[in-house]
Write a protein that binds this ligand. Structure first.
Ligand SMILES: Cc1ncc(COP(=O)(O)O)c(C=O)c1O
Length: 438
């Protein structure tokens, strides 16, 4: 067979889901493997919808793991990226380009409500890198290398980010070479109230560290860990304890940032705590790779005289993508939408959960929603098998959602922030109907 004909045949074969899955299995590490009992192939996305190779339409209830904020292939976002690409794609942040300072200024303005002293930004390609850098800054500033993180947390996949992650299924049997102690997460459904958890945090600092820490790392509402939503008293209490131990409060906003939890730009604003460092990624780029660390001038100055660099972080194309996300969030009032549609969806899911024996708890804020599935309400035994079935059933109904938690029994619903009430009703119906079939 002629070479070009062979290539043609291979590429036409590669269109079928079976061929795409087989090729991936042959050459790509299964980390993670494809979701669903029959793998799903997505070939197009617009707004809050995705389409498979056969043209079937899905409501995207997972948004590329809470990443697509303003909607798939938003025209304004594409236009701004293309405009910059026509000028040039890449040089280095060692040269000046107006977009970097302007975008940093814009972001810092948006963070004023969270902490007016947050004024220095550093851009990376991912959330993991942002957390890695945040930890490095905290070490340089405090002179300590000891960290406290929370059980059930997820902070990414670089060495430090893995060391900070408090879930066995995401940990490997390897020495991470970092000093991280874990405190209990304020997980009321599993019996951990805020008083007990604050006590545990104080004890963790006293018994597992030197008493002086570099930082406390936390997600305001955890993502991968199953949308564990703390009581309002937890983070203010934790902040006091962290300050007593000389540490910085680092808010990992990789999932909760960019209005995912509703009205506020950052999730931590819900809990009234002023973080010393915040890290963002995911929704900031709407799918364009980006991460960002923001801190105070005083803390940032601890990095003075030390070299640190990121080849792609802060590039004009990245800045164009993030700038366009901020434009659309504002123009389309997506914070308000996330708040209102999120409250509507949570309300509907709670009603469904009250009647269904497999729903232990519905929780979250804005469009960051978790549904904890159990074998029965009394035993509260995690029902990961039901979660697996439910994902398949909702997919059949045209809804894509995720799952997470230590036992894989928590449905994660995190659609683009542009979904409508009608979409939320569709998602709730699909989940109710699927629950009836498991
Ligand atoms: C809270 C949190 N932090 C950090 C990360 C890591 O981000 P990335 O995958 O962009 O490295 C994630 C990713 O899911 C996350 O959910």
């Amino acid at each position: 067979m002629r070479k070009s004909a062979l290539l043609e045949r291979e590429s036409s074969q590669a269109q079928s889901t079976e061929a795409v899955a087989a090729l991936r299995e042959k050459h790509v590490l299964p980390l993670p493997g494809p979701m669903y009992s029959k793998p799903l192939q997505i070939v197009r996305g617009r707004g809050q919808f995705l389409y498979d190779e056969k043209g079937k339409k899905y409501l995207d209830g997972f948004a590329g793991v809470a990443t697509v904020s303003i909607g798939h292939s938003h025209p304004h976002w594409l236009k701004k990226i293309k405009e910059q690409m026509d000028e040039y794609f890449h040089t280095t942040a060692l040269y000046l380009h107006p977009s970097l300072g302007l975008l940093a200024q814009r972001l810092v303005t948006m963070l004023k409500m969270a902490n007016p002293q947050l004024e220095m930004c550093f851009f990376t390609n991912s959330g993991s890198e942002a957390n890695e850098l945040a930890a490095l800054i905290a070490k340089n500033y405090t002179g300590s290398h000891e960290f406290v993180a929370l059980q059930h947390s997820y902070h990414g996949r670089t060495l430090m980010a893995m060391a900070l992650t408090g879930q066995s299924n995401w940990r490997h049997s390897t020495p991470y070479g970092q000093s991280v102690s874990f405190a209990k997460s304020n997980y009321t459904y599993r019996g951990y109230g805020y008083k007990e958890c604050l006590d545990d945090l104080a004890q963790t600092v006293r018994t597992s560290t030197s008493g002086r820490i570099a930082a406390f790392f936390a997600e305001p509402i955890n993502g991968v860990g199953g949308v564990v939503t703390p009581e309002p008293e937890y983070f203010p209490g934790a902040y006091e304890l962290v300050k007593k131990a000389g540490g910085l409060f680092i808010s990992d906003e990789v999932q909760t940032g960019v209005y995912r939890t509703g009205h506020e730009f950052l999730g931590i604003q819900k809990w009234g705590v002023k973080p010393d460092i915040v890290t963002m990624a995911k929704g900031l780029g709407n799918g364009y790779p980006v991460g960002c660390v923001v801190t105070t001038r005083e803390i940032a100055e601890a990095m003075k005289g030390k070299l640190h660099y990121n080849t792609f972080g802060g590039s004009p194309v990245q800045m164009a993508a993030v700038g366009a996300v901020l434009d659309v969030l504002e123009k389309e009032e997506l914070a308000k939408n996330a708040h209102e549609v999120g409250a509507h969806l949570i309300g509907k899911l709670k009603k469904i959960g009250d009647k269904n024996p497999f729903v232990g708890e519905v929780r979250g804020a804005g469009l960051m929603i978790g549904v904890e599935l159990v074998k029965d309400k009394k035993s509260q035994e995690p029902a990961s098998d039901i979660a697996v079935k439910l994902l398949d059933l909702t997919k059949e109904r045209g809804l894509l959602i995720g799952k997470g938690g230590l036992s894989g029994n928590i449905l994660r619903i995190k659609p683009p922030l542009c979904i409508t009430r009608k979409d939320a009703d569709f998602a709730a119906d699909a989940i109710e109907d699927s629950l009836g079939k498991v």
